[in-house]
Design a protein around this ligand. Structure first.
Ligand code: PMP
Length: 306
């Protein structure tokens, strides 16, 4: 999975040399923010999908916690692009992370305490395996998402993924591919690492960004692609039972891409196979990377391999 080089605090290093001390603040208190990005193999070479938006979200997440990144967004983007070149990769999953480093064990870090910045590129296929084709079997989790004004859900912070781990672990124990969580109010929120879409009578429905979700970049892309396809879409509060009467359901995320859901709590969604709207959106999305879908919004950032 790992690659020859990663970028750490301004330098490219062999993978094994980028280590940190056990007193690292983020290990104790979850004080990290990160991104998950994909580089796709396109006919014009490797290209990042929406790199600028991912970097912008990284800075927004850091800002929520007052973590000073110490590099500009342009420097982070340049390092992301160069990392693909130095590792000679055709495609990748890329993980930039910013975390409070070793510099004292107080909950509140001292002024000027170190912040580490690293970017890793990994060889990673489909996150939920063959579910991207066949559809995932999911359950509704007994764990709720954090309530508003507890752990900020728009910030992609390491600590938030304790909630995701509980949801995913419960699902796997029950023999499911993934778990879907309800928000503090009992309404639909999102998956452990994915946003959620339903289709009902030809219309797309998705919980609003106020539903304790990460404002996903794939979610945003699907909303735009749905408009291109002339599909109706409503962002609105949805009760749990909407899952049991949906014609189609799918989940979105950088890792999960567009993954159909074929059953919820062992009840089939539609006829238990990915539906036509899910398929059309998958085609439009994956078409961006093989040239079948025009990149109208400049979402692809080419690595320019020399
Ligand atoms: N929600 C959660 C909790 C996630 O971890 C992710 C993956 N980053 C998403 C939604 C989807 O976000 P994106 O499309 O930006 O990857």
């Amino acid at each position: 999975m790992n690659t020859a080089f990663l970028w750490h605090n301004g330098q490219f290093k062999p993978w094994a040399e980028a280590t940190c001390h056990v007193s690292t603040h983020a290990l104790h208190y979850g004080s990290s923010v990160f991104e998950g990005e994909r580089v796709y193999a396109t006919p014009k070479g490797p290209a990042y999908f929406r790199l600028a938006e991912h970097t912008a979200r990284l800075f927004e997440s850091a800002n929520v916690y007052g973590i000073e990144i110490g590099y500009s967004p342009e420097q982070i983007n340049a390092a992301c692009l160069e990392l693909i070149r130095v590792n000679r990769m055709a495609s990748a999953y890329v993980r930039p992370i910013v975390f409070r480093g070793a510099g004292g064990l107080g909950v509140l870090p001292q002024e000027g305490a170190p912040v580490d910045v690293a970017i890793m590129a990994l060889n990673w296929g489909a996150y939920l395996g063959e579910a991207v084709e066949k559809g995932a079997d999911v359950c509704v989790s007994s764990w709720n998402r954090p309530a508003p004004n507890t752990l900020p859900s728009w910030a992609k912070a390491g600590g938030n993924y304790l909630s995701s781990q509980l949801i995913a672990a419960e699902a796997r124990r029950g023999g499911y591919d993934e778990g879907i969580a309800l928000g503090h109010n009992g309404l639909l929120s999102e998956g452990a690492g994915e946003n959620l879409f339903l289709v009902k009578k030809g219309k797309l429905l998705t919980p609003p960004t106020s539903a304790g979700i990460l404002a996903g970049i794939t979610r945003d892309s699907v909303i735009a692609l749905a408009a291109d396809l002339g599909l109706q879409l409503e962002e609105r509060d949805l009760p749990r039972e909407a899952l049991y009467s949906a014609d189609e359901i799918f989940m979105t995320g950088t890792a999960a891409e567009i993954t159909p859901v074929r059953s919820v709590d062992r009840k089939n969604v539609g006829n238990g196979t990915p539906g036509p709207i899910t398929r059309a959106l998958q085609q439009a999305f994956f078409g961006l990377f093989d040239g079948r879908t025009e990149d109208r919004r400049g979402w692809l950032e080419y690595v320019d391999v020399v």
